[in-house]
Every structure is written in C-alpha cells, then in structure tokens.
Design a protein around this ligand. Structure first.
Ligand code: FE2
Ligand code: FE2
Length: 297
C-alpha cells in the first residue's frame, strides 16, 4: 500500500452510469464507414477486445477495492465498474451482429482473447493495476482523437456505431482518473506503471489489429495497394494523435487530471443530463459536416 497517497479532486463533477440503449439494426453493415473499410475493421477489431478487456478491468478494480479505504476512491471504483460493465455489454451486442452479418471468423479472435485475459488474470495485482492504468491513459488519447477528428473519421458512417463509440469514449474521459488513482493508492511505484503504459496499450491494440486483418483477409482486399495505403494512413493518424498521451503518461509526475477534456465531451455530458430516464439516446448526425452533439443546446 502507498502510505503517501492522497486522493485529489477530479475535473468532472460526477462519473455517471448511463444506459447504452442503442438499437443496432439487425442488418447492420460491418463495413460501417463506407468510405474506409480499413477504418471500419480497425474499430471492429478493437470492439472485439472490449468484452474481454473491460470485465478484466472491473475484476481488477474490485480486487484492489478490498485493499483500499479512501471513500472517494471506493465510490469512483463503483462508478468506473458500472460504466465499464455497460460498455462491454453493448460491445458484445455489436460484436454478435458483426459475426452474424459477415464475419464468423471473429470467433477465433475471441477465443484468443479469452485465453489471453485468463492468463493476464493470474498476474500480480500490481501488474494488473499498472496494465489497467496504462490502457486507460491510451484510451484517453483515443477519446481526444475520436472526438476532435470525428468529422474526418466518421463522415457518412453508421450513426449507431459512430454514436456508440463516441459515447463510450466520453465515459472513458469521465472516468480517466480512476485506474491511475487506484494504482497510485495501491503501489505508486514508477517503473511498473511505466511498463503498464506499454503493456496495457499495445496488448489491446495487438488484438484489435488481429481482428482488423482477419476481416480484411476475409474481404480479399489485403493485397491491394489502396488497402495498404489506407492501413498506413490510419496507423499514422492513430500514432500522431494517441502517442503524445503515452509519452506524457511515461513522465514520473504524470497525472491524467492534467489532460484537458474536449469541449464536445462537456457539451455532450450537459446535453445528456437533460434527457429524461425513458428517452432513447439520440444519434449523432454523421451527414452533418459539423457533427454537433445530438442534443438540443
Ligand atoms: Fe470502457
Ligand atoms: Fe475505461
């Protein structure tokens, strides 16, 4: 236990557990970014990892909670787990449709993920917490990438899947401090956390990329020059937008509280708060060049 740890206030007022009431259409097209199949399958690949990664995060946080006593942190863990549980259940629904609607090959990727996360669950709590904190700092970079570049990434895309990814990322930003705080309260040691930045980020990306290549291979587009160009451009964009978050996370004085939240995220949270409990989630208009938050301002 880190006896020097002291809880610090978060930037957000609350970590809100929201229902993910997305009605994905039964005939949902797995190539849901029609202008860019590589991008569709990259996000499909990352979606495959979520029903394995996010339950792992929840179990790790629950295990850590047994060692912690700070009431604010325990409340953050409860909210973090509530959000992550909603995420992976919704990803599971989406992934079932992806498999049914053209890519049963994803089952083999899921089998590999199942084995990988069972193995990871046997590691020490410190390693699992460092992995969790590392992944969460990477996904915070993902959030900024997806929100700030939403017009380029999701123009003309399925409003259901684009809205789902954006809502997931908003909640990731909302709970971005929790895994880091839990690691700091439990251990606080620098080197295991630094290793966790790479472990948590690249482990998930590795399986996401396997999913992406599985689908592109099925499509028979892998050998095409246009496909290879799109892969290179996609990963350059990912690296350009997310790598700075990983580099900052490697600083010994890193704290996710210093990362600014996108304005669109704050507008989305304020807009969602005005919905009544039985309102359906409005979808982001992916045909609007501005892609504003889907709530009346
Ligand atoms: Fe999540
Ligand atoms: Fe998260």
């Amino acid at each position: 236990m880190n006896r020097d740890y002291q809880y610090q206030a978060k930037q957000v007022q609350a970590i809100t557990i929201r229902p993910f009431s997305f009605d994905f259409p039964d005939d949902l097209d797995p190539k849901w970014v029609p202008s860019n199949i590589v991008r569709s399958h990259f996000f499909n690949g990352v979606s495959l990892t979520m029903p394995y990664l996010e339950p792992f995060l929840v179990k790790t946080m629950r295990e850590a909670a047994g060692h912690l006593s700070q009431p604010e942190l325990l409340e953050d863990i409860r909210a973090f787990n509530g959000q992550e549980a909603s995420h992976y259940k919704c990803h599971r629904r989406l992934n079932t449709l992806l498999k049914t609607n053209g890519y049963p090959e994803f089952e083999a990727v899921e089998a590999r993920l199942d084995t990988a996360y069972k193995k990871l669950s046997t590691r020490s709590l410190r390693t699992k917490l460092a992995y969790s904190a590392g992944f969460e700092c990477m996904i915070n970079g993902f959030t900024t990438w997806l929100i700030n570049k939403r017009q380029q990434l999701f123009a003309g895309a399925s409003p259901h899947i684009a809205s789902f990814w954006l809502m997931h990322m908003i909640e990731e930003t909302e709970h971005k401090t929790v895994a880091f705080d839990v690691y700091m309260a439990y251990s606080g040691q620098y080197w295991p956390r630094a290793i966790g930045v790479f472990h948590g980020s690249f482990h998930v990306l590795h399986y996401g990329i396997i999913g992406m290549f599985t689908a592109l291979k099925k499509d028979g587009t892998l050998g095409e020059l246009q496909c290879l160009t799109k892969i290179i451009r996609h990963f350059f964009s990912l690296l350009w937008n997310v790598a700075p978050f990983l580099l900052r996370a490697l600083l010994p004085w890193y704290n996710p509280r210093r990362e600014a939240d996108p304005e669109w995220m704050r507008q989305w949270v304020a807009g969602h708060a005005k919905l009544s409990a039985d309102d359906r989630l409005p979808l982001v208009d992916t045909s609007d060049p501005e892609m504003p938050v889907p709530f009346i301002q």
